[in-house]
Design a protein around this ligand. Structure first.
Ligand code: C2O
Ligand code: CU
Length: 470
C-alpha cells in the first residue's frame, strides 16, 4: 500500500518514511494468481535412513530425510496430496507461509489428523515469496525426519546469482539411544534411563548433527566455480538446537530473514533458531575445499557441508571437526536487520498505536518438564483473541533458562528491534534469563492460529497458544 495521509497525526517514522493514518498498516499483499497448478505427492512412511554408514529406521517423506524439495512461483496454486503410511495420525504444516487457515495443518485446531492409511489434499495459492519448511505438526514427528524445504520464487528474480543450494540443519537421535518419544520421557523424568548423559538442564545432547540428512563424516558437497555468486537458503527444522552457521574462507551477505527481503547485511556468523530461515549470498572468489559449519549452541559437535570449487576437485575436504575461524567473527544480530522495503507501522503518532497488546511471560523447565506461555499450558490454555484488521503487538519476557524460538502461524510479524523498520519474520528467538522481544502484526488472515515455541519438546509439553479471530 502507498503511504496515505489518513486520519492520524503525520509522523516521521524510524525509517524516515512519512506515514499517516491507519491505512498504512503493512498488511500482506497477496500476489495475483498465475493460474498454474503444481501437484506434488508426499507419502509419510517408515523409512530406512543411513547416517555415517549405519542403517537406521525412522519416518520420512517419500523415502528420504529431508523430504523432496517443493518449488513454486508466487501466485501458483500448490496442490499437495499427503498419503499417510505411518502407524500414527499426521498432518503437514507449511511453516512460515500465511496460507488460508483450513490448510494450516495444526491437529485439532485446523483439521483432524490424517489417520493411518488415509489421505488429505492441501491446496492453496502461494501467498508470498521466500524460503519455507514443510513439516508434520503432530507430536514429535518433526524430530523423526518429517520435514522438507519449500521455496516460493518471485515472478521475476531481482537478486542475481549463478547457483543455489538449500541447507537444512538438524539434530538427530540415531534410534540407538532412543526415539524422540523416549527422549521426552527422559526429559519428564519417567524414562528408562537409556539415553544416559544426553539430557541436560539446557537441552538434549544429540549424538548427531546433520546438514541435508548427512553426517559430518559424509558431508553434502556444494560445487561452485570461481567467479560465481552462490545463494544459500539456510533452514533450521531441528527439534531442539540453535545453530551458529559460518562458511570458512568466505563472507556472507544476508539478503532474507524467514524468506522476507532485508536490507543486505554482511556477516561471518549467523545464529539460526529452530524454525528460522536465512538466505545468504557468497562470492566464490577463494578456490579450495571449505567447511560450511553449523555448530550447535551450548552443545558439543558440529554439522557441516563442504563448498568445493571445480578448480579444486582433487583436494581433500578438511577433517569433520575442524571449526572455521570465521565462527569467532562478526555475528549477525536482530538489531542489524531492516525490512528491505522500509515498511513500518505508523507508530509514535498521537493517535497511532496498536489496537491490542499481549504481554506474555515465557516460563518452565524448573522442577517439572512443563513449559508455559503466560502461566498457561496448551491445550488447556485460553485462546488469545484478536479482530480482523487490528494492529496487534506481542511483548514477551523470558523467565526461563532456555531461549525460545517463538513462531506465529498465518502471519508475518515485524520485529521491534529499535530501527523502526525491523525485519518481517515468522519466528524469533527470545533469549534466556529475562530476554525480551516484541513484534507487531496486522490481523489480516482470519482463523485460529497456533503461536508456539518451535522447540518441539517445549511445544509438546505446553508452550503454545491459539490466536483466535473473533
Ligand atoms: Cu513449524 Cu507450528 O510450526
Ligand atoms: Cu521453548
Amino acid at each position: 500500500r502507498l503511504a496515505g495521509f489518513g486520519a492520524g497525526a503525520l509522523v516521521l517514522s524510524g525509517c524516515g518514511l512519512l506515514s499517516g493514518g491507519r491505512g498504512d498498516l503493512p498488511a500482506l499483499s497477496r500476489p495475483a494468481p498465475t493460474g498454474r497448478v503444481l501437484e506434488y505427492t508426499l507419502e509419510a512412511a517408515p523409512t530406512n535412513f543411513e547416517i555415517a554408514g549405519r542403517e537406521l529406521s525412522t519416518w520420512g517423506y517419500n523415502g528420504g530425510v529431508p523430504g523432496p524439495e517443493i518449488r513454486v512461483k508466487e501466485g501458483d496454486t500448490l496442490r499437495v496430496r499427503v498419503r499417510n503410511r505411518l502407524p500414527a495420525g499426521t498432518t503437514v504444516h507449511w511453516h512460515g507461509l500465511p496460507v488460508p487457515n483450513e490448510v494450516d495443518g495444526v491437529p485439532h485446531v485446523t483439521q483432524s489428523p490424517i489417520p493411518p492409511g488415509g489421505e488429505f489434499v492441501y491446496e492453496f495459492a502461494a501467498p508470498a515469496i521466500g524460503s519455507y519448511i514443510y513439516h508434520s505438526h503432530v507430536g514429535l514427528q518433526l524430530d523423526r525426519g518429517l520435514y522438507g524445504p519449500l521455496v516460493v520464487e518471485p515472478a521475476r528474480e531481482e537478486l542475481s546469482y549463478d547457483r543455489e543450494y538449500i541447507l537444512m540443519l538438524d539434530d538427530w537421535l540415531d534410534g540407538l539411544p532412543g526415539t524422540p518419544e523416549d527422549a521426552l520421557g527422559e526429559l519428564r523424568g519417567s524414562g528408562r534411563g537409556m539415553m544416559g548423559g544426553m539430557m541436560r538442564a539446557r537441552g538434549i545432547e544429540y549424538p548427531n548433527y546433520l546438514i541435508n540428512g548427512r553426517a559430518p563424516e559424509d558431508p553434502a558437497s556444494l560445487t561452485v566455480r570461481r567467479g560465481e555468486r552462490v545463494r544459500l537458503r539456510l533452514m533450521n527444522p531441528s527439534a531442539e538446537t540453535v545453530f551458529r552457521f559460518a562458511p570458512a574462507g568466505h563472507r556472507m551477505t544476508v539478503t532474507h530473514a524467514d524468506g522476507q527481503a532485508i536490507g543486505p547485511v554482511e556477516a561471518d556468523v549467523l545464529r539460526i533458531g529452530m524454525g528460522e530461515r536465512y538466505d545468504v549470498l557468497l562470492d566464490a572468489d577463494n578456490p579450495g575445499v571449505w567447511q560450511l559449519a553449523a555448530v550447535p549452541e551450548g552443545k558439543r559437535g558440529q554439522a557441516r557441508a563442504v563448498l568445493r570449487y571445480r578448480e579444486s576437485a582433487e583436494e581433500s575436504a578438511p577433517p569433520a571437526d575442524v571449526q572455521p575461524p570465521e565462527l569467532q567473527g562478526r555475528l549477525l544480530s536482530y538489531a542489524d536487520l531492516r525490512d528491505a522495503r522500509e515498511r513500518s507501522f505508523p507508530d509514535g503518532g498521537l493517535f497511532s498505536g496498536p489496537d491490542r497488546t499481549f504481554e506474555l511471560t515465557l516460563s518452565g523447565g524448573m522442577g517439572r518438564y512443563v513449559w508455559q506461555i503466560d502461566g498457561q499450558r496448551y491445550p488447556e490454555a485460553e485462546p488469545l483473541p484478536v479482530r480482523e484488521g487490528e494492529w496487534v503487538r506481542v511483548q514477551m519476557r523470558n523467565h526461563s533458562m532456555m531461549a525460545h524460538p517463538m513462531h506465529l502461524h498465518g502471519h508475518f510479524f515485524q520485529l521491534r528491534n529499535g530501527t523502526g523498520c525491523g525485519p518481517f519474520k515468522d519466528t524469533a528467538l527470545v533469549e534466556a534469563h529475562m530476554g525480551e522481544l516484541a513484534f507487531d502484526f496486522v490481523a489480516d488472515n482470519p482463523g485460529e492460529w497456533f503461536f508456539h515455541c518451535h522447540n518441539a519438546y517445549h511445544m509438546e509439553t505446553g508452550m503454545a497458544r491459539v490466536i483466535s479471530y473473533a
